[in-house]
Design a protein around this ligand. Structure first.
Ligand code: SAM
Length: 337
């Protein structure tokens, strides 16, 4: 099947064989992370990509420019932990300056955000997502393999002071999570005007699969919260997969991201570029295009775009986390979460 190149008024559009418009690139700038969340990276994991295989900033810029010319307007920097990549703000400035890229956002664990928030904002990031699974410092250390909760809270406060908006807090939900844990994170988000989103654990790589024992259907969470908070369907749309509920008589909305219990593949609008220049067409499948060898062999801009178009034509219809939970051996951090 072929990807269709549409030509609306201003830019081209990448449309996959299932009619989905691909306008969103998740860009992993490193596979390294300074935390070891048990569902993401195995303890003691060291098998990270060698630096000579990382795309340089110039190579990343070239690929993002090609996507921008093909109608991709939204880019999210991720990893690994993107803030451990040296000079990240410089890359942000380069990408912000590209024609067609109108929305540049960041996913971070926020441990290094206090130091970098100002520079990242100046460079062009406006929206950030921060991972935070608990407000209990011991539990936080346990989940993250020794992380310091206070660094994250400092990062979040700095981000708010600098002016990032919206700030979304992503909480991976586990079977052991207690109602009180939700309540604490929820109250904290309400007080600080952060949006809260819950995420179901996915069987990505060995760590994700081992964590499957901790999987909890978010419907259960919604029902538990509903007993206390009176949730009504919300109106927020983020261009992403979250379904929102509002706490009645407030403006506070909570997002539920349910890749396992209710997948949202029919509205998938994204592809992922890993630090070594591999373009993954689906989080839960292995279909990919290796761009680094092409870039380093001197591919022309036109041919680069053609390669991308042909790859989009092979974007899988959906993930199969439920049917084949052992299928994806890539760890989340190596794919670009
Ligand atoms: N380090 C950044 C962060 O913490 O947001 C960006 C990368 S991290 C891999 C992106 C998101 O993936 C985080 O919210 C993390 O909780 C989530 N994640 C990692 N492994 C996961 C899994 N097995 N299932 C569900 N979410 C996962």
């Amino acid at each position: 099947m072929k990807a269709i190149i549409d030509e609306p008024q201003h830019s081209q559009a990448l449309i996959d064989p299932y009619g989905r418009r691909i306008d969103y690139l998740r860009l992993s700038v490193t596979d390294k992370c300074n935390l070891r969340c048990f569902y993401c990276l195995p303890k003691g994991f060291k098998d990270f990509e060698t630096p000579s295989n990382w795309l340089s900033f110039a190579e990343i810029e070239r690929v993002v420019r090609a996507f921008g010319e093909l109608g991709v307007s939204r880019v999210r920097l991720t990893g690994g932990e993107p803030l451990v990549r040296k000079d990240l703000a410089r890359l942000v400035s380069q990408i912000s300056a590209l024609p067609g890229i109108h929305d540049l956002s960041l996913s971070t664990n926020a441990t290094l955000l206090e130091q970098q928030a100002q520079d990242l904002y100046r460079a062009g990031i406006r929206r950030i997502n921060v991972s935070l699974d608990t407000l209990d410092k011991d539990q936080f250390a346990e989940i993250t393999g020794g992380g310091k909760l206070q660094q994250v809270l400092n990062g979040l406060q700095k981000a708010r002071a600098v002016g990032f908006s919206p700030i979304k807090v992503n909480m991976v939900v586990m079977k052991d999570t207690q109602l009180d844990d939700y309540r604490r994170v929820l109250d904290y988000c309400m007080q600080n005007d952060f949006t809260l989103r819950f995420i179901e654990t996915m069987p990505m790589g060995s760590a994700g699969r081992d964590a499957s024992a901790q999987y909890l259907n978010l419907d259960t969470v919604r029902q538990r919260l509903n007993e206390e908070y009176d949730l009504v369907p919300g109106i927020m749309t983020g261009g992403g997969p979250a379904r929102y509920y509002r706490i009645n008589n407030t403006d506070f909305e909570i997002g539920f991201i349910t890749p396992i219990s209710q997948h949202f593949c029919e509205t998938c609008n994204r592809v992922r570029l890993s630090v070594d220049g591999t373009l993954y067409l689906c989080l839960g499948q292995d279909d990919k295009l290796e761009l680094r060898p092409l870039l380093r062999a001197g591919i022309s801009d036109d041919d680069l775009q053609q390669e991308i178009i042909q790859a989009i034509a092979k974007k899988p219809q959906k993930h199969e986390f439920n049917q084949k939970p052992g299928q994806v051996v890539r760890l989340m951090a190596l794919t670009g979460g």
